[in-house]
Ligand binder design. Structure first.
Ligand code: ZN
Length: 509
């Protein structure tokens, strides 16, 4: 296969940078910028707890610094801008990013030149269509050529995606992005009652070591975050987490949709009433399933709020006070929804791929990056709150393997199988494993009281949905491993893509 010239040339540079990236497997050991945030995160626990006593008395808005306060003020105001003003802002930020990329990034200079595009010609947002899109493969092959500065600089941080949908993506970004990102997130959370300084109980991907009593808990006095381990969700630990959360005052839970669903199922099975001091649930970083949202809201008796974003800092979208649709922040990045032919999706109800150009990462700009996520276009304004933002819903990872393959090669989405009833009521965790079309194993970590009646109910309810297209056996297991970042993997799909394509073809013939 003949490769484009720029890909060939950049390979030598790529190898050099990849060595920096892959030398250590743990992301925490990758290159970190010399920033206050990184220094704090890597400080010894003893130093943290000593300093923490004093820091806990200072309001977080002061601890997080002047630029954080300025960002919050800007975002609170800008979210209500009329669409025209937001478009002007986007035009000006895009000009900056495009000029920077053209001047400093080898990859973009080549891509723009090949497309006959010069940033000086950029006059309107529609001109973005002249630029080529890029994807994960281009990023992997051109890691350093994408950068606008040396990755060894002190203000450059290394980052990566978790890789639940395949290979992890490695990249570089500005050391100051966390302050901007956190300002957007917390301003979004304010829509459902969060106030900066309120404690947050976090049940996400952080590795939390147990203390001498075996309690998996850490506290960050700057952010007022209580971290619990999502990797150790046994009944005993969950009971301890909830008991502890009850003592931290009015708070929010910050979770993965899967970790809070496990917690809610536990409360239900064990007959435990969740702590009354939980004011809301912020669930991010995984697909939100409607029935999970309903179950969690019913169990905890408070609002379930979700945001959509990327580690690469492309675009960010949050729900609002009144709606579960995602409102795309116009000042965070430039959002496009493209159909399979690459044309903009403008009809409500039509689905398209999320393509993002981030404003936050200027070290390694992502310009027209195809995320592989698909969403339904709703409109350019939320009627419920009045914000003139692009509104989307039903975001799904197009390339995630959350599908089961039937005997004839067709795919059944996990979403379609997700049960709205009491099917998994006495189940702590579950996962389909499949290595043969038409057959699967349903792994189950049983909760207290799980018995034959539960297994029969699962067989009956799921069997009805599967309608003979796929048979499955139930296997009781002690644990189901989460992804490296603590996310649930609902379908452990081992059938190679090539084999699926062959099955499709056989079916047509
Ligand atoms: Zn709204």
């Amino acid at each position: 296969m003949i490769q484009p010239r720029y890909l060939k040339e950049d390979k030598a540079v790529c190898r050099k940078v990849a060595f920096i990236g892959f030398r250590d497997r743990e992301p925490i050991q990758m290159k970190k910028a010399l920033s206050k945030k990184n220094l704090w995160e890597t400080a010894p626990p003893l130093l943290k707890s000593t300093l923490g006593r004093g820091l806990g008395l200072i309001p977080p808005r002061w601890l997080l610094g002047k630029s954080f306060r300025a960002n919050c003020k800007f975002i609170r105001d800008a979210q209500w801008w009329p669409a025209e003003r937001a478009r002007e802002y986007q035009l000006s930020r895009l000009r900056e990013i495009l000029e920077l990329a053209f001047e400093r990034s080898k990859l973009y200079r080549r891509l723009f030149s090949t497309a006959g595009f010069r940033p000086g010609d950029f006059q309107s947002l529609d001109d973005m269509n002249q630029l080529p899109t890029i994807d994960k493969h281009i990023v992997i092959e051109n890691l350093s050529a994408m950068c606008t500065k040396s990755v060894t600089d002190n203000d450059v941080d290394y980052g990566s995606t978790g890789g639940t949908s395949g290979t992890p993506l490695h990249f570089y970004m500005n050391a100051n992005r966390s302050s901007i990102e956190y300002a957007y997130l917390t301003t979004g959370w304010e829509r459902v009652g969060y106030q900066l300084g309120m404690p947050i109980a976090v049940l996400r991907g952080r590795m939390v070591k147990p203390d001498r009593n075996g309690f998996h808990h850490e506290y960050d006095p700057i952010l007022r975050h209580h971290y619990y381990s999502a990797f150790h969700l046994t009944d005993e630990n969950m009971a301890r987490y909830l008991e502890h959360v009850a003592t931290i005052g009015p708070c929010f839970l910050h979770v993965y949709p899967s970790s809070v669903a496990t917690l809610a199922r536990f409360c239900h099975c064990a007959g435990i009433c969740p702590p009354g001091n939980i004011r809301g649930i912020i669930a991010e970083s995984e697909i939100v399933y409607l029935e999970q949202r309903r179950m969690v809201e019913e169990t905890f008796g408070c609002r379930y709020f979700s945001c959509y974003g990327h580690s690469e800092k492309l675009v960010l979208a949050s729900e609002c006070e009144h709606s579960n649709d995602y409102h795309v922040w116009p000042t965070y990045g430039y959002f496009e929804l493209l159909d399979e032919s690459g044309n903009p999706v403008t009809t409500p109800g039509q689905r398209g791929e999320v393509v993002g150009t981030g404003f936050v990462n200027t070290v390694m700009p992502f310009i027209r990056y195809r995320t592989g996520d698909w969403a339904t276009y709703v409109g350019d304004r939320c009627e419920a709150c009045g914000r003139e933002h692009v509104i989307i819903r039903d975001i799904r990872g197009h390339r995630t393997q959350e599908v089961l393959i039937t005997a004839n090669g067709s795919e059944i989405s996990w979403t379609a199988l997700n049960m709205h009833d009491d099917t998994f009521i006495r189940v702590r965790q579950f996962q389909f494993a499949q290595d043969k079309p038409g057959q699967a194993v349903l792994r189950i970590v049983p909760a207290a009281g799980f018995g034959e009646r539960d297994a029969n109910r699962i067989h009956h309810n799921l069997g009805r949905k599967l309608d003979g297209q796929l048979t499955f056996t139930v296997e009781l297991v002690d644990a189901i491993p989460l992804s490296a970042r603590g996310k649930a993997i609902y379908v452990d799909q081992r059938i190679p893509h090539e084999q699926r394509a062959l099955l499709d073809l056989t079916d047509i013939v």
